[in-house]
Ligand binder design. Structure first.
Ligand code: SF4
Ligand code: SF4
Length: 187
């Protein structure tokens, strides 16, 4: 199944921004995770296996390379900010600056406030409209089963609480979405 998520941030904004695809720490938690099914698609298009790291049995990450002293994704053209696999990029990359976050038995959708476009648009109607779209999208049968199968995509971002805004929670079993914020923020 090919996942194609409508983007909130206009492409031209991301192309002018260096906030993504670069990482201070090689072991950064923000390095995108990738499902096995997504890796297979990229391998089929001719890229080699060594561009991915296995973190454990089912959990894989994109590999980083050093570019002028910075760790960048091996699929980034650093001078143009373009992605070499844009049409096949992982769901984790498509979703960012939104992130799946795990806390105990629950999965939440949050947004990373480090993204300048998000910061500027957080209170706008367009942001709220996009959230409505995202809720419907994540609740689609194929997408919810993809997330359940690749549950490592939802991580614990406890060390980044100040940079993250919790948006809504998804139920682990059915991935139905709850509006009850009080139950979402219980820890
Ligand atoms: S930080 Fe935000 S605006 Fe910048 S490249 Fe990433 S998603 Fe785009
Ligand atoms: S796969 Fe593409 S979008 Fe994802 S981190 Fe690498 S360069 Fe960025």
């Amino acid at each position: 199944m090919k996942i194609k998520l409508k983007q909130f941030i206009p492409k031209e904004c991301c192309l002018k921004c260096d906030g993504c695809c670069r990482f201070i720490d090689k072991k950064s938690q923000w390095v995108p995770r990738i499902a096995k099914s997504e890796i297979l698609k990229i391998l089929k298009s001719g890229f080699p296996q060594h561009l991915f790291s296995k973190l454990n049995k089912n959990d894989n990450q994109l590999n980083l390379v050093n570019y002028k002293g910075i760790n960048i994704c091996a699929f980034l053209f650093p001078q143009t900010n373009r992605c070499k696999i844009y049409n096949n990029r992982p769901f984790d990359c498509q979703l960012y600056p939104f992130i799946l976050m795990r806390n105990r038995e629950k999965i939440f959708l949050s947004v990373h406030l480090a993204c300048p476009f998000v910061k500027e648009n957080l209170e706008k109607r367009e942001f709220k409209n996009y959230l409505t779209y995202l809720k419907e999208f994540l609740n689609k049968k194929g997408i919810s089963s993809f997330i359940r199968k690749n549950i490592f995509l939802a991580q614990d971002y406890d060390n980044f609480q100040d940079e993250i805004k919790l948006l809504f929670c998804l139920d682990n079993k059915k991935l139905s979405l709850h509006e009850n914020k009080a139950s979402c923020v219980q820890r």
